[in-house]
Ligand binder design. Sequence first.
Ligand SMILES: NC(=O)c1ccc[n+]([C@@H]2O[C@H](COP(=O)([O-])OP(=O)(O)OC[C@H]3O[C@@H](n4cnc5c(N)ncnc54)[C@H](OP(=O)(O)O)[C@@H]3O)[C@@H](O)[C@H]2O)c1
Length: 340
Amino acid sequence: MKHRRIIVTRTGGPEVLDFAEADCPEPRAEEVRVRIEAAGVSAYDLMIRSSRLLPPKPPYTPGVDMVGTIEKLGEAVTGFEPGQRVAALLEMEGGGYSELLCLPTGRCVVVPSGVDSADAVCLVANYLTAHHVMHDAAKVKRGERVLVQGAAGGVGSALLELCRLEGLELYGTASAYNHELVSSLGATPIDYKTESVVKRVRELTGDGVDVVFDPIGGARQLWRSYRALRKGGRLSWFGMAATKKRGVRVIAYTLFTIGLLKLLPDDKSVPLVPETGIDDAYRATLAKLLDQCAAGELKPLIAERIPLAEARRAHELLERGGYAGKVVLVTEAYPAGGGS
Ligand SMILES: NC(=O)c1ccc[n+]([C@@H]2O[C@H](COP(=O)([O-])OP(=O)(O)OC[C@H]3O[C@@H](n4cnc5c(N)ncnc54)[C@H](OP(=O)(O)O)[C@@H]3O)[C@@H](O)[C@H]2O)c1
């Protein structure tokens, strides 16, 4: 039996994504084979596709998060059944842009019935990251003021939803075309393209915010985020969206700037995001987020559901910008009219 998947054939633009047939993978003892319904597309996928410096080396299949139905169990698997729908965060080497994938059961969390597979896949990388930076890095407290940079993005919109549930006062930077959306997610929008973000934050808050979440990176951007903090504030940087426009050289400037900001002898801090693993905390947090989604407390923002075969178009959309939320690839196994 064959299946189809996307392969990055060489370093380059979206044109290096090929849709190709592959042999049906067989699960190892502790693995399950999953028929994928939805896979997330992320800025990270674009970054590794376009850089010779970052692993993995082509050919490989991108995609770090997916949702699908278990089709076959490895011989040592217990606690899972064929027919169960599961969500999983994959290795950084990816594999999600595929119709079939074998993966260890430790990565799998059962998706409650009633939750659309495309919604569920948003929770995996984006909401887990948002939850992690809120609670393990910035350690937010009810009532604090928070600025989310890139507020209409996949992780940014997840941060707004989760921060709102925590009772935080929210501000979010976005292009003007995303302001209505940012307001609908409970934040005061700030146009980072036409306004001075720091000045605007001071006008709105008086002395600044307690926490800035910055998934953009770059020296000037991080200085702006830092200056928007009030006394005692925390800058939580966790992403490199700036590489989309400025390439991977931004990574060096970002790391240098973070190092510098950490040395500044003032009252502000730059807590690093602790490493996470595939452990009980990962499974418990993802299960909690899926339950919140099933209960209607979380409504992930999906920019577009794009057929797997059109992965190139998905990457072109991410490069072009002008969307809001997460771009999701769907396979033929994704139920017409939405999953569940
Ligand atoms: N550390 C982790 O575990 C982890 C996990 C997931 C993601 N990430 C990182 O987080 C970053 C964002 O991911 P994403 O999927 O949310 O990306 P995304 O959906 O592409 O969103 C990025 C958003 O940033 C906005 N933007 C661009 N430049 C900006 C600037 N200078 N100031 C404010 N906003 C700006 C754009 O909004 P407008 O269209 O409104 O301009 C865009 O919607 C990526 O670098 C990714 O690698 C890290």
